[in-house]
Ligand binder design. Structure first.
Ligand code: NAD
Length: 486
């Protein structure tokens, strides 16, 4: 069991708070970490350190700032397996998913190493006689980064490398449910010689977030988590004139047309619906199929889902691990009850899964499938964030597009079809931020923006890609003229 520390001004420090949260290995129920619920004062000290560091850091050349990231890329790659295993251990996703997460984490670092080009401005000479116009990009100061439990390595790296390569400094609050991964990554960061205060971690919960919101020294906040808190971040930041990008909850549709290749659909459903035990913001949770394929798809999907190997996240044979905590398990079981009460048919019931004697304290739910779900049911309307899928029958592509449009969330949506007309119509009209065509998890790679629409996203510049460079830089427009000396 590890007592988690904060990392402030280049030093590991014991938290001064008196309140702690205990976390357990979700596969075994054995205690793993004790996380301090740090105070506003501790957070303010980290913000102060980041603010002092900013004055020197912003003046280093962008290439020099990136040299630190190159070193970090090298060391994180050397520690790839250890970091992946830490993600599996504390988060519960299997090793395949943890390695995929680490790959994306490092990919973001690599993209941020291109900051000498990404941060370039634009110049247009001769906007009027002997006058030139120019856009320059400058760092802004200290940013707060607040992240969820489901991607303990990757989501912080949607922001951290870009923010600091652009010349800003940061205070990061990891999820209090999965603090070990960032402890390990910051032990690596500690070896690359970054100036003190450029990156800081304060562990905790609401007080850390509120201190960031309230501090005039925080120029902006990057948040990922549930929509309720994303909305709070958006509202509080806009009241105070801060920048924000707040990524929220999801309910992602996979639409299956009659010409879809069903074997490929089923393979994609298994990874999309049950990878990370359904705890992905890009997990498919509603499968909407036309009547011509609905029954056949249901039969094949249920058969395949039954065969998934559920077990300890660290066992190389495991295809699906546990959910994050007992509280999450109880909540998901409650939602399954609601589905039954509201009249959906529980076609595959994962509630009573017995994995093994040694894992009887783990937080397991087996693959679960509801069919005959209608859009008005709670299981279709709300994010479940577990291995529970709703199958919906649709009359047509228009019917599916209407359901997606009416949903409050709009993170991802995919279609399976061989028909170019359907695919293009879906791409143009589906009301979601990230679209897949014959792709189960249309999660953009690091050099594209990542983010949804509607209540899945608050703000206007998304994570990753060119958007995040805009978020972490102030664009100044210079209009200049020089007079000839007489
Ligand atoms: P959460 O909203 O409970 O927590 C997210 C962060 O907010 C954590 O760091 C937490 O400590 C903090 N927090 C919690 N309550 C708070 C409060 N009242 N005030 C201020 N801060 C608070 O989310 P979670 O359970 O950790 O993560 C799951 C959610 O994240 C899901 O809804 C999922 O869809 C979403 N998510 C979205 C994306 C995306 O790209 N849109 C990516 C990953 C996860």
């Amino acid at each position: 069991m590890e007592t988690i520390k904060n990392y402030i001004n280049g030093k590991w420090v014991d938290a001064e708070c008196t309140s702690y949260k205990e976390n357990f290995n979700p596969s075994t129920g054995v205690i793993l970490s004790k996380v301090p619920i740090s105070t506003k004062d501790e957070t303010n000290r980290a913000i102060e350190a980041a603010s002092t560091a900013y004055e020197r850091w912003k003046n280093l050349s962008v290439a020099t700032r990136c040299e630190y990231l190159f070193k970090l890329q090298h060391l994180m790659s050397e520690n790839f397996e250890d970091l992946s295993r830490t993600v599996s251990l504390e988060q519960g996703k299997n090793l395949v998913d943890a390695r995929a997460e680490l790959k994306r984490t490092i990919q973001n670092l690599e993209v941020a190493c291109g900051m000498p080009m990404l941060m370039q401005g634009e110049k247009l000479e001769g906007i009027a006689s002997e006058i030139d116009g120019e856009v320059i990009r400058q760092p802004m100061g200290v940013f707060g980064v607040i992240v969820p439990f489901n991607f303990p390595a990757m989501v912080p790296f949607w922001f951290l490398p870009y923010a600091i390569a652009a010349g800003n400094t940061i205070v990061l609050k990891p999820s209090e449910q999965v603090p070990l991964t960032m402890q390990k990554i910051f032990k690596i960061i500690d070896q690359i010689g970054l100036p003190d205060g450029v990156v800081n971690i304060v562990n905790g919960s609401i007080d850390v977030v509120d201190a960031m919101i309230e501090s005039p020294k925080i120029k902006g906040i990057s948040f990922v988590g549930s929509s309720k808190i994303a909305r709070k971040i958006a509202e509080e930041c806009s009241k105070r004139g801060k920048r924000y990008q707040a990524l929220g909850s999801a309910k992602n549709y996979i639409v299956v047309m009659k010409d879809a290749q069903l074997d490929k659909v089923v393979d994609s459903l298994l990874t999309s619906c049950y990878g990370c035990a359904g705890e992905r913001c890009m997990a498919a949770s509603v499968v909407a199929a036309v009547p011509e394929v609905y029954d056949e798809l249901k039969a094949q999907f249920v058969e395949a889902a039954k065969k998934l190997i559920v077990g300890d996240a660290l066992n190389p044979d495991t295809e699906m691990g546990p959910v994050i905590s007992q509280a999450a398990k109880d909540r998901i079981l409650g939602v399954i009850e609601t589905g039954i009460k509201e009249g959906a048919e529980l076609t595959l019931d994962g509630r009573d899964i017995v994995v093994s004697d040694e894992l009887k304290k783990g937080y397991f739910i087996g693959p679960t499938i509801f069919s005959n779900v209608t859009p008005d049911m709670t299981i279709a309307k709300e994010e479940i964030f577990g291995p529970v899928v709703s199958m919906v029958k649709i009359d047509s592509l228009d019917d599916a597009l209407e359901q997606i449009k009416n949903h409050k969330y709009g993170n991802g949506a995919s279609i399976f079809t061989q028909n170019g007309y359907y695919a293009r119509k879906f791409e143009m009209e589906a009301s979601a931020g990230m679209i897949g065509i014959n792709i189960g998890i249309p999660a953009p790679v690091a050099y594209f923006p990542f983010g949804g629409i509607k209540e899945s996203f608050f703000g206007d510049t998304k994570a990753q890609g060119k958007d995040v460079i805009n978020f972490f830089t102030e664009r100044k427009i210079v209009t200049a003229r020089f007079f000839k000396e007489d």
